[in-house]
Write a protein that binds this ligand. Sequence first.
Ligand code: PBG
Ligand code: ZN
Length: 337
Amino acid sequence: MSYLPEKKHILASGIFNQTLRDWQGLNCALTAKNFMYPIFIIDNENEIQPIKSMPGVCRYGINKLKSHLEPLVKNGLSSILIFGVSEKLPKDELGTHADSNENPVILALPKLKKWFPNLMIACDLCLCPYTSHGHCGILNKDGTINNAKSLKRLAQIALSYAKAGADIIAPSDMMDGRIGAIKQILIDNDFGNKVAVLSYAAKFASSFYGPFRDAAKSAPTFGDRKCYQLPPNSSGLALRATKRDVEEGADMIMVKPGLPYLDIVQTTRAHFPEYPLFIYQVSGEYAMIYYAAQAGVIDLKVVLLEVLTSMRRAGADVIITYFTPQLLDWLANKSKI
Ligand code: PBG
Ligand code: ZN
C-alpha cells in the first residue's frame, strides 16, 4: 500500500499557479515604493563618472542628474538618498565643506526639488567625505571621537540640508546622541514637522562598504570605524542602538548592511512594529551579485529578486539598493517580478 499524506499535509495544492504562490507571501511583494535609490553627486557639473568598484553605478554632476532621473521617476521612483562627493573642495578636521555653499548636496537640493517636487529626497549625513582624517566625527588630539563637538557639527549640517530642501535627514555617522541633537535643531528652527529623520540605527562595522568608500572617497586615513559602528557579532547592542535612536525621536530606522544581517532585521521588526524599517543593500552586496552574474554562475534577475524578497520576508519595508533603476524598469515593463 502506498503512503497517502493527510489532506492538510498536501502543500502542492496551495502553490500550483503563480497567483496561489503570490498569496503565500503578499507582504513580501516588491513594488516601486519599496525602493530607495542611492546617488552620488559630484561637483563637476557636466560629468558622469563610472565607479570602477561598482560597475553600472556612476557619480553624476548636477547637470546630468535631471536626464538620469526623469525616466526613473516616470517608472515610479519615489525616493532617493543623496551623497556628496567633492573633487575640488579641501578637506579639514571639521568637515567645513559638508555644508558650505559649494557643497554638491547643498547645490543640488533646490534644483532636484524644482525638477521633481514629489520625489522624497533623503540626504546622507556624515563627516567622513569631508574630513581630512576621513572619520565620521570630529576627533580629539589623540584620535578619539569628541562626541560633543561631533554632535554640534552634525546638527549644524542637518539644518543646512533642511534649509536647502531636504525632506529626510539620514545620519550614518553613528555618533552617540546624534538623533536627539538633529531633532532638536530641526524643531528649534521650525523644521520639526517638515523634515523627517531616518536613522542608520543598526549600522555595523562592515567590510561590505569597501566599494562605497572608493565611490564616495571617504575611507579613513588611519584606523577603522570599530569604535563607533557596531561589531558584527552584536545583536544585543544593535537592539540597544535602535531603541536609543527611537527614544531620541527617529521617524524611521535602518539595518545596514542587508543580506548578512537579516536576523537583525527580523528582531528589529519584531521590537518596533510601529516604525518604517529600511534595509541597505550596500556596495559590497551590489558588487557580489553583479560579478557573480557577470561570471555566469548566477542569473542576475532571479537571484536579485530572491535576495530582495528575503529582505521583505525578514520584515524590511524599504530597500535601499543601487539596482533600483533596473528594478523599476522590470516593474514598468510588466515582466514578471
Ligand atoms: C558614510 C557611509 C558609508 C555607507 C553609507 N554612508 C560608509 C561607511 O560607513 O564607511 C556605506 C554604503 C555602501 O557601502 O553602499 N558613513
Ligand atoms: Zn561616515
